[in-house]
Design a protein around this ligand. Structure first.
Ligand SMILES: [Zn+2]
Length: 314
C-alpha cells in the first residue's frame, strides 16, 4: 500500500494555524487507517484536466473550489503532481493550493480488534444542570478559571426532575467527560463492576433525584503515549503550566504508557476546555452496545491503537 507523502503534511503545516488541530503525524504506523484529504485551490484548466484524468472532481470548475479524496493511491498521485517544486517557467501549484487531512476511517480489523475505545459521547442530552449560568463554578473547583484547567468536582449536580425516555439509560451534558445513568441501570450493571456514583440533586426541592445518577469515573492509572499521535494544537495555560490538547479526530486514540485493569476511566491529560477523555474497555463497550447506550460505530467510538494489529501489517 502506498504511504502518504510527507509533502502533504508540510503543505498542511502552513495552514494549520487556521484550524483547530495540527497534523504532526507518523503515517507509517497508521497506514491501514485511511486518511481523507481535502484539496482547495484556484484551479486552472490544466489542473482540472489532470484531476479528470484520475476520474476525480467531475463537477469542479476553473476558479476557487475544493474536493475531498479518500483513496490513498489517488491522494498520492495528487500530491506528486501538485506538490513538486515549480519549474523555471511552469508553476506546479495553482494559486492558493493546499491540502489538509480531513478525517480518518478505520478498517474493520482495526476497529473490531481494539481492546480499548475512546467513548466520544454516549447519546442524547437531557436538559441542563441548574442554575444553568453558574453550574460550572457551583459544581467544580478549577485550578485556572480562564482555561478551566484542573477541574475537580466539589458538589453534586443540581437538575430539575428528569423524565427519561423509555429507552434511555444514559444521558450527557455539554461536558463530555461526565455521564449520567438511569439509577436502576447503574445499580444492576455498573455498581457490580465496582463503579461508584454521585447523586443528582433536585434543584426545586434539594432532595436526591431517584431516577438518575452521575457515574463517578475514575482517573486513569497511567499517562497516554502522546508522542507520535496526531492531536490538535495544544495550548499551555500560563497560570498552571498545564497542557491542554486539541481535538483529536485524525488518528487512533493513543494507548496508555502502562497497562492496568479498568472498565471505564478518564484520561489524566486535559483537552481544550479542561475536558478529559473517557476510555472504556472492550467489555464495557459491549455492555453499552448491548443496552443501546452506544452505537458500535466510528462516530461514537475511536479505537485505541493496539500494537498487535500492526506487527503483521508492517
Ligand atoms: Zn489557564
Amino acid at each position: 500500500m502506498a504511504c502518504l507523502r510527507m509533502t502533504a503534511m508540510y503543505t498542511y503545516k502552513k495552514w494549520s494555524s487556521f484550524l483547530p488541530w495540527t497534523y504532526h503525524g507518523n503515517t507509517k504506523s497508521t497506514r491501514a487507517m485511511k486518511v481523507s484529504y481535502y484539496f482547495s485551490a484556484v484551479w486552472r484548466k490544466k489542473d482540472l484536466d489532470f484531476l479528470k484524468s484520475l476520474g476525480l472532481a467531475k463537477n469542479l470548475k476553473t476558479g476557487q473550489g475544493h474536493f475531498t479524496v479518500s483513496n490513498p493511491e489517488l491522494c498520492e498521485k495528487i500530491f506528486e503532481y501538485f506538490e513538486k517544486p515549480d519549474g523555471l517557467l511552469k508553476k506546479a501549484k495553482p494559486d492558493k493550493y493546499y491540502s489538509i487531512p480531513a478525517s480518518v476511517s478505520f478498517n474493520k480489523e482495526e476497529f473490531n480488534s481494539a481492546n480499548i475505545y475512546n467513548l466520544r459521547y454516549t447519546g442524547d442530552s437531557l436538559g441542563n444542570p441548574e442554575p444553568f449560568e453558574s453550574y460550572p463554578f457551583n459544581t467544580f473547583n478549577f485550578e485556572c478559571v480562564e482555561c478551566l484547567s484542573g477541574k475537580k468536582q466539589k458538589h453534586d449536580f443540581r437538575m430539575n426532575p428528569k423524565k427519561l425516555k423509555k429507552y434511555q439509560k444514559s444521558f450527557i451534558l455539554f461536558d463530555y467527560d461526565i455521564i449520567f445513568f438511569e439509577r436502576d441501570f447503574y445499580l444492576s450493571f455498573l455498581k457490580p463492576l465496582g463503579l461508584n456514583h454521585r447523586n443528582i440533586i433536585n434543584n426545586k426541592t434539594g432532595e436526591v433525584l431517584q431516577e438518575v445518577v452521575q457515574l463517578d469515573i475514575p482517573e486513569a492509572k497511567s499517562k497516554l503515549v502522546i508522542q507520535g499521535h496526531e492531536f490538535g494544537e495544544s495550548e499551555i495555560c500560563k497560570g498552571t503550566g498545564k497542557t491542554q490538547y486539541g481535538i483529536q479526530t485524525l488518528d487512533f486514540f493513543p494507548p496508555f504508557e502502562e497497562e492496568f485493569d479498568f472498565t471505564i476511566c478518564k484520561t489524566r491529560e486535559e483537552f481544550i476546555g479542561g475536558l478529559k477523555r473517557i476510555l472504556i474497555s472492550r467489555d464495557f463497550m459491549e455492555l453499552m452496545v448491548e443496552h443501546k447506550i452506544v452505537k458500535y460505530n466510528q462516530y461514537q467510538l475511536t479505537p485505541v491503537k493496539n500494537n498487535e494489529h500492526f506487527s503483521s501489517a508492517l
